[in-house]
Design a protein around this ligand. Structure first.
Ligand code: C2E
Ligand code: CA
Ligand code: CA
Ligand code: CA
Length: 279
């Protein structure tokens, strides 16, 4: 039993060691990644559930490092957050996605919205609001075309600078979307406290709606609640036509997911057309 304990111990430390090394490696490479032009913003279309047309897209960041290969945002975003690198990286995403939005709208002769994810620490940067204003101006995009997706992690910070930044964004006319709704503890109280325009139902619930009544009832109640607060409801992670038609039945406004498209680079997004919708 003693030797087993020791083996378990050393196995554990090797795993820990690998994790720390990987983290350090990513952190080291992340430092020069912007300058080396290794990031690319991908876009995932958002589709009007009723009409079946594209209403906009979510910007999702991709990183291809020549040494590490492709590293997913779930892995590098937390590291970018803890090192502060998310500030310049986040600015890059805002800039790129607004430039693309202008091009896309112009090419299609239609109005779209662009949703950009914001990390809690981006609120701490005092220059966020003026940067957003300038980026909108430079791209010649009006503020209501831009949506910021924020998780309740942002609001949990409970700091005055978050409240101020949200109030400033609201004044600017930028839309606010509550991301990953249902996964946290206090999303409801935040919906009451802050001026949100959209609510995104987390993928884990969308996944369950065709499988169990509990998730279906939860999603139904969430949609009713959101509508009573005048929020548009977006379902993320829609993968099947069954999920889509059920969401339609439940009154969901907008859908996003692999059923329509994975996140794709700008050049593909320009040509993207909706080919699949219910009925
Ligand atoms: P998120 O904001 O919840 O984004 C949705 C994630 O679900 C994306 O993963 C997207 O590719 C994936 N997804 C979309 N449709 C489906 C589907 O039908 N099925 C499945 N299984 N997955 C689907 P991704 O691109 O790997 O991003 C992961 C997370 O990284 C995002 O979660 C977001 O929190 C963060 N992230 C990505 N880009 C940025 C960024 O520019 N800034 C910040 N702050 N965070 C970002
Ligand atoms: Ca999001
Ligand atoms: Ca999510
Ligand atoms: Ca998320």
């Amino acid at each position: 039993a003693k030797s087993l304990g020791r083996n378990t111990y050393s196995f554990f430390t090797k795993e820990m060691n690998d994790m720390i090394l990987r983290r350090l490696e990513i952190e080291g490479r992340l430092h020069g990644a912007l300058e080396r032009n290794e990031f690319e913003v991908y876009y995932q279309p958002k589709v009007n559930v009723r009409g079946g047309c594209i209403v906009g897209a979510e910007a999702l960041l991709r990183w291809l490092d020549p040494m590490l290969g492709s590293v997913g945002p779930d892995e590098f975003i937390p590291i970018a957050e803890s090192t502060g690198l998310i500030i310049p990286i986040g600015k890059y995403v805002i800039e790129q996605s607004l430039q693309f939005l202008a091009l896309w709208e112009n090419d299609h002769r239609r109005d779209y919205t662009m949703a950009v994810n914001l990390s809690p620490c981006q609120f701490r940067d005092g220059g966020l609001i003026s940067f957003v204003k300038k980026a909108l101006n430079d791209a010649n995009v009006s503020a209501e075309r831009l949506e910021f997706e924020i998780t309740e992690g942002v609001l949990m910070v409970g700091k005055a600078y978050v409240d101020n930044a949200l109030a400033e964004l609201y004044k600017l006319g930028v839309k606010l979307s509550m991301d990953d709704f249902g996964t946290g503890y206090s999303s409801l109280s935040y919906l009451r406290k802050y001026e949100f325009d959209l609510l995104k139902i987390d993928r884990s619930f969308v996944n369950g709606i065709t499988l169990n009544k509990e998730d279906r009832d939860l999603v139904k109640a969430t949609i009713a609640m959101a509508h009573s607060l005048n929020l548009l409801v977006v379902a993320e992670g829609v993968e099947t036509v069954e999920q889509l038609s059920l969401l339609d039945e439940l009154g969901c406004d907008i859908a996003q997911g692999y059923y329509f498209s994975k996140p794709i680079p700008a050049r593909k997004m320009i040509d993207f057309q909706i080919s699949k919708i219910t009925d």
